[in-house]
Design a protein around this ligand. Structure first.
Ligand SMILES: Nc1ncnc2c1ncn2[C@@H]1O[C@H](COP(=O)(O)OP(=O)(O)OP(=O)(O)O)[C@@H](O)[C@H]1O
Ligand SMILES: [Mg+2]
Length: 465
């Protein structure tokens, strides 16, 4: 059942309301029969800017059910976020300005999405409705229910199939495998979205699902049309909930994107799920949970935020044997560049790797501004050959020497010829940094180690071991 709430936009009159009431009464007796779209009705008893309360639905509503309110001024849809004996609390998908006391509200049950192959190339909103001014995408064979089915741990394939992203600094220092979950951590404006869009162009995937949550409306078109481009969009589905949309839409969008990704995974596809950003999703979770009366526990975040994050992210990863996989790459905004922010901390613990972007590196004009010393991929050992691993350890060592002595060298206290390792770092690290610099318009790198070797040929070779 894919509720197109806008279709219910009849203009209710007092007579219309009587009819609705009669329908409501008639349908009360046939609860549970999903042949009937309207199973239960209630009445609005309280309205606030972020929520409204409804009496009469407590016995039948379930958390996550969608409801629609037929107001005198229009129709409003929302989701049940709290149930008590007195009534249910609804977080609206749009603003509550159209909703008035006593107006009828109907329970539409859980959101059912039926993704199909033709969803590729489309941009949809958090409820699966078209957001690209085209007709609704054709429904797939089966509606996917709202309860996520995480593949059982012991039946999941193991993650051991490496792929190249085409972004040199990632492929050398934090190489990835299909089914991995990676976070890109940075403060605002450091380069998260740009790096995500470069990663979204990786050739290694059959389908790419892009969830843009809480982004600026202007950036969405730029991201999809300029950076992803028409060619890559053909195999992509974008789920968009911009910053001006309600907290409920922003909260729903990652789940919708994950359900689309799960559909393609179950068809056997290697799916890449890009989520920009998980922090804005956490903000939406916080807004809805606090509105529903949950007390904040960590820097204003209620406890449910920290159960929802793993619940969502655990759904990514390898599928069951014979199915595909969902590789998830998500951006994490670290408020005020504080990497111990509770959301960043919680997310870091769930993921299989993190890439840290540094403002100071961006300020030097080195893009993508990845700090290789602070970034790790927990599956890198499965992606590197033994030689590559030795080389990367050596490179990291050189970068660390170079960065640790930066102040000394700036003060003029460095003398060549005393420490051969440091001398080599001083000669080669600028070349390495140059080799790792990559603009979004630069071609993807098929062999990053070869690119690095070409750059270093001007200086001494970097010996493994
Ligand atoms: N690879 C790159 N090459 C050149 N410039 C870049 C690159 N990555 C980022 N930039 C520059 O950094 C700016 C900010 O990047 P971006 O929008 O990706 O940051 P963000 O971390 O997503 O920001 P926000 O927190 O506001 O979402 C861009 O407008 C661009 O000028
Ligand atoms: Mg961004």
């Amino acid at each position: 059942m894919n509720p197109d709430m806008t279709q219910a936009n009849a203009s209710p009159t007092p007579a219309g309301e009587t009819v609705l009431s009669a329908l409501e009464q008639a349908y009360r007796g046939i609860a549970g029969d999903d042949r009937f779209v309207v199973s239960h009705g209630g009445r609005v008893t309280e309205v606030s800017p972020t929520h409204y309360s409804v009496s009469g639905l407590s016995q039948t509503a379930r958390l996550g059910d969608l409801v629609s309110c037929r107001g005198r001024r229009g129709t409003g849809a929302g989701e049940v976020v709290r149930i008590s004996a007195e009534g249910v609390l609804v977080a609206p998908f749009e603003k509550t300005g159209e909703i008035g006391m006593g107006e009828p509200v109907f329970n539409r049950g859980p959101l059912g999405l039926a993704p199909g192959p033709s969803w590729r190339g489309r941009v949809i909103d958090a409820l699966g409705r078209p957001a690209d001014a085209k007709p609704a995408p054709a429904k797939g064979p089966a509606a996917i229910g709202s309860s996520p089915v995480t593949p059982p741990a012991m039946q999941r394939q193991r993650v051991c199939d490496p792929f190249r992203t085409g972004v040199r600094v990632i492929d050398i220092f934090t190489p990835l495998c299909h089914g991995q979950r990676l976070g890109i951590f940075a403060g605002s404006g450091v380069g998260k979205s740009t790096l995500l869009s470069m990663l979204a162009n990786a050739d290694a995937f059959d389908t790419v699902v892009i969830a843009l949550v809480g982004e600026r409306g202007r950036e969405v078109r730029e991201f999809l049309e300029d950076t992803i481009g028409a060619e890559s969009m053909k195999k992509s589905v974008a789920v968009v909930a911009t910053s001006d949309e309600s907290a409920m839409m922003r909260r729903r969008a990652p789940d919708t994107a994950m359900r689309v990704a799960e559909y393609f995974r179950d068809r056997g596809d290697k799916v890449l799920l890009i989520l920009d950003s998980i922090t804005r999703f956490a903000h939406a979770l916080r807004e809805v949970a606090i509105g529903a009366g949950e007390p904040p526990v960590a820097r204003g975040y209620p406890a449910s935020v920290f159960t929802e994050l793993p619940r969502l992210l655990e759904r990514a990863g390898p599928g069951e044997t014979g199915r595909g996989s969902i590789t998830a790459i998500l951006s994490v905004l670290v408020d005020g560049d504080d990497h111990n922010d509770p959301v960043a901390d919680a997310v870091r613990g769930i993921l299989d790797g993190h890439v840290v972007l540094d403002r100071s590196i961006a300020e030097q004009g080195r893009y993508p501004p990845v700090n290789p010393l602070a970034s790790i991929s927990r599956l890198a050992d499965r992606a590197w050959s033994p030689d590559q691993k030795r080389l990367v350890l050596r490179l990291r060592n050189m970068l660390a020497r170079f960065e640790d002595t930066r102040d000394i060298r700036l003060l003029g206290a460095y003398q060549a010829g005393i420490d051969p390792d440091l001398d080599q770092a001083v000669r080669q690290v600028p070349l390495i940094y140059e080799a790792l610099t990559q603009a979004p318009s630069d071609p993807a790198s098929a062999d990053p180690f070869a690119d690095l070797a070409i750059k270093l040929r001007a200086g001494e070779p970097v010996h493994a071991g």
